[in-house]
Every structure is written in structure tokens, then in C-alpha cells.
Design a protein around this ligand. Structure first.
Ligand code: ADP
Ligand code: MG
Length: 240
């Protein structure tokens, strides 16, 4: 479970103080799929960064599985991320000098994962990229690069997957494929999925959707729109 208690974030801006997130309280149960929407600059990335412990709040407490992360040092935070959190970014963040396979494998080797080679191979199977394993990022399409990034994010079998506009640099077809892949892995592994997206159609597929505006939660609701044929997952359409 992820819990935020009166979490706020302020940054100095000249002689003033800019409030990026106003006091925020949030409880996210294990395995929930949450979408976060809101205009550019509303604080979505800041919120994700705080949950990942990549950034510290100005005030308040953040607990992951009842453990407060706000007072943790960098080593403990890195260990927690390595154990529990996977992150997927809009711009993929792959290492250009490593192949697709190596991009997945190397972080696992550094973390000392047993059978890393076999595990990395399976992760590429999961994202349907076996045929591209020895390609470098520059030789892959945007959708393929994001699939490598997803395989890497799931390398440590995280219980929490944070995705910051992962489909933002992709066309709608590839964006939908990436979205379906993340939802599928979230369901299969019962991982919590927190997805920041500009795409309201995708956001409606979540168990819960939170809207931010100017650093405040302005809506926190369960989407009610029933899925239509058009909303069927990529996998279902391929199979039907
Ligand atoms: P979003 O992801 O919703 O577009 P962000 O969380 O990236 O929004 O940013 C929210 C606001 O905070 C923006 O106005 C942004 O410019 C500002 N901001 C974010 N990080 C910093 C920082 N380190 N210093 C100053 N301003 C920041
Ligand atoms: Mg952002």
C-alpha cells in the first residue's frame, strides 16, 4: 500500500515560494490501477517522483508498505526502488550503447539477480521483442524502445509500476499496444500501476482516476464508462 499524508512540495522561485503540490492525502491499495490526468504543469510528474523517492516532499509523510520513505537516505531509497518500484518514462531512457537485451540484463546483473540471463530473455519474450534482442535502441522504433523499457522496469518484479506519460511519444496504435502491455503485466503480477497520461480514453480504463490541477486533486473517482468494442485491448482485437 502507498500512503501520502499531508504531502506538499514547494520550490523557491526568485524571492517567492512556488507550491507545486498542495497538501495531498492519498491511499493506494496494493494492485490498484490508477490513472493520473491533468494539464501540463499540474504536478503529475512531481507526484510520481515523490512516490518513487526520487524527490523529497517539503512536508508530510509518504509510506510504502507502512515504511516511511521521507527520512530514508539515498542508499535505503535505492534499495527500496530496486526491490519494489519500476519506472517507465515518456522518453524511454535506454542506454544507447547497449542492445535491447543488454538494457534489460545489465541492471539485473548489477543488482545481483540470480539467473539474470534467462530472466532477461523471458522478459523480452513477455514484451514480444525476442527478434529484436540484439538491436541497439537507435535501430528500434519508439514502440519497440518503450517495450524494452517496460521489460527493464519489470526486471526486479516490482510491486509498484510508475509510468509517466509512457505513450506520450508514440502514435496511437503503438501507444495502445504499450498501454495494453502494461495493464496485462499489472494484472498478471498483481502489481500496482500508476499511469500518468494525457489520453482520457486510456485513463478511463483504470480502476480509479485522479485529476490534478495546479497541484491539487480536483477529482478522484472510479471511471464508469463501460468498455466498448473500440476499447478492446490490442490482444483481444488480435485474437478476435
Ligand atoms: P506535470 O508533470 O503535470 O506537467 P510537473 O510535476 O512536472 O507537472 O511540474 C509542476 C510544476 O512545477 C510546473 O509548473 C513545473 O514547472 C514546476 N516544477 C517542477 N519541478 C520544479 C523544480 N525542481 N523547480 C522549479 N519548478 C519546478
Ligand atoms: Mg510531467
Amino acid at each position: 500500500m502507498i500512503e501520502l499524508f499531508d504531502v506538499s512540495k514547494q520550490v523557491p522561485s526568485g524571492s517567492e515560494t512556488l507550491t507545486i503540490l498542495h497538501s495531498l492525502n492519498l491511499t493506494i491499495p496494493d494492485g490498484q490501477f490508477i490513472s493520473i490526468v491533468g494539464p501540463s504543469g499540474s504536478g503529475k510528474s512531481t507526484l510520481l517522483g515523490l512516490i518513487a523517492g526520487l524527490d523529497a516532499p517539503t512536508a508530510g509523510d509518504i509510506r510504502i508498505d507502512s515504511e516511511s520513505i521521507v527520512a530514508m537516505n539515498e542508499d535505503d531509497l535505492a534499495r527500496l526502488r530496486g526491490k519494489k518500484i519500476g519506472f517507465v518514462f515518456q522518453s524511454f531512457h535506454l542506454i544507447p550503447s547497449l542492445t535491447a537485451f543488454e538494457n534489460v540484463l545489465v541492471p539485473m546483473e548489477i543488482a545481483g539477480v540470480p539467473d539474470a540471463t534467462a530472466h532477461a530473455r523471458q522478459l523480452l519474450v513477455d514484451v514480444d521483442l525476442t527478434a529484436r534482442a540484439s538491436h541497439y535502441p537507435s535501430q528500434l522504433s519508439g514502440g519497440e524502445q518503450q517495450r524494452v523499457a517496460i521489460a527493464r522496469a519489470f526486471a526486479n518484479d516490482p510491486s509498484i509500476l510508475l509510468a509517466d506519460e509512457p505513450t506520450g511519444n508514440l502514435d496511437s496504435y503503438n501507444g495502445r499496444h504499450i498501454f495494453d502491455l502494461m495493464v496485462e503485466i499489472h494484472q498478471r503480477r498483481s502489481a500496482t500501476l500508476i499511469l500518468v497520461t494525457h489520453d482520457h480514453n486510456l485513463a478511463e480504463h483504470a480502476d480509479r482516476s485522479i485529476a490534478l490541477s495546479d497541484g491539487r486533486v480536483i477529482a478522484d473517482r472510479v471511471p464508469v464508462v463501460p468498455p466498448t468494442r473500440e476499447d478492446q485491448s490490442f490482444a483481444e482485437v488480435i485474437q478476435s
